[in-house]
Design a protein around this ligand. Structure first.
Ligand code: DX5
Ligand code: ZN
Length: 236
C-alpha cells in the first residue's frame, strides 16, 4: 500500500541529544516528526514547547507534526506556526471553540487536526470535516509514552475511515487518519487494516536495541508489516 506514513514520537528520544535524534530517525526512514506538547493541566505531564520546535526545525526537512495536549489551545497556535510546525492538532475538549481553533491553524499556514481520546465520541467531527486535514485517534490515554494499545481503538478507526471516505467522495480534499499510542511492529498491520494511514510510534522506535538494527531496523519491520496489510475494507 502507498501513502502510509510513520511518525516517530520524539517524546521517547534522548532529549539531551534531540537534534541528532531527529536527524537519525529521519535518516532511518521516518516520514514525519511527531512532537508531543503537554502542559500539566490538560494532561498530567509536562514536555516541550515552541522553542524546542524552533530548535529542531533546521535539523530536518521532514514535516513536524505537533500534537497539542494543552488547554487552552489558541495562544500556542501562532507560536508553533512560527516555530516551523507543519501540522497542528488539538483535543476538542481543550478548546472552547473548536471551529475557531481549526480555522486559526489554517490561517497560520499549518494543516489542522483534531485528536480523539479513547472516550471521545465521533460526533465531535460532525460539523467540522471540511476544516480538517487530519484526524488523530488516541489508542492510549494521552500523557505518557510506553502505554499499552487499547484494542477498542480499532473499531473507532474503521468508523472514522468510513466517514473520511464518504466526505472526500462528496467534497474532495484529503484527510489523514493518524493513530497514536502503543503502536509496535506486532500491531501496526491491524491498525492499517482498520483504515489508518499515519502511525505514531515512540517507545517502539526510540527504544529499539542496536542489535536489532536500531531505528532503521524497527522502521523497516513496520514497513514490512504495512506491506502485508490487506486493503482497507476487505478483511480476511
Ligand atoms: C501520548 C503521546 C504519544 C506517545 C506515544 O500522550 O501522544 O505520542 O509519545 O508513545 P508510545 O508509542 O510509546 O505509546
Ligand atoms: Zn502524540
Amino acid at each position: 500500500m502507498t501513502g502510509l506514513r510513520i511518525a516517530p514520537s520524539i517524546l521517547s528520544a534522548d532529549f539531551a541529544r534531540l537534534g541528532e535524534e531527529v536527524e537519525a530517525v529521519v535518516a532511518a526512514g521516518a516520514d514525519l516528526i511527531h512532537f508531543d506538547v503537554m502542559d500539566n493541566h490538560y494532561v498530567p505531564n509536562l514536555t516541550i514547547g515552541p522553542a524546542v520546535c524552533a530548535a529542531i526545525r533546521p535539523r530536518t526537512r521532514a514535516r513536524i507534526d505537533v500534537h497539542l495536549m494543552v488547554k487552552p489551545v489558541d495562544a500556542l497556535v501562532p507560536l508553533f506556526a512560527k516555530a516551523g510546525a507543519d501540522i497542528i492538532s488539538f483535543h476538542p475538549e481543550a478548546s472552547e471553540h473548536v471551529d475557531r481553533t481549526l480555522t486559526l491553524i489554517r490561517e497560520n499556514g499549518c494543516r489542522a487536526g483534531l485528536v480523539l481520546n479513547p472516550a471521545t465520541p465521533l460526533h465531535c467531527l460532525d460539523h467540522v470535516m471540511g476544516r480538517l486535514d487530519l484526524i488523530l485517534v488516541m489508542s492510549v490515554n494521552p500523557g505518557f509514552g510506553g502505554q499499552a494499545f487499547i484494542p477498542e481503538a480499532l473499531d473507532k478507526i474503521a468508523a472514522i475511515r468510513q466517514r473520511i471516505d464518504r466526505h472526500t467522495a462528496r467534497h474532495g480534499g484529503e484527510i489523514w487518519l493518524e493513530v497514536d499510542g502503543g503502536i509496535k511492529t506486532g500491531n501496526i498491520r491491524a491498525v492499517a487494516e482498520a483504515g489508518a494511514d499515519t502511525f505514531v510510534a515512540g517507545s517502539a522506535i526510540f527504544g529499539a536495541p542496536d542489535r536489532d538494527g536500531g531505528y532503521r531496523g524497527v522502521i523497516a519491520d513496520m514497513r514490512d508489516q504495512l506491506q502485508r496489510a490487506l486493503p482497507v475494507g476487505r478483511p480476511a
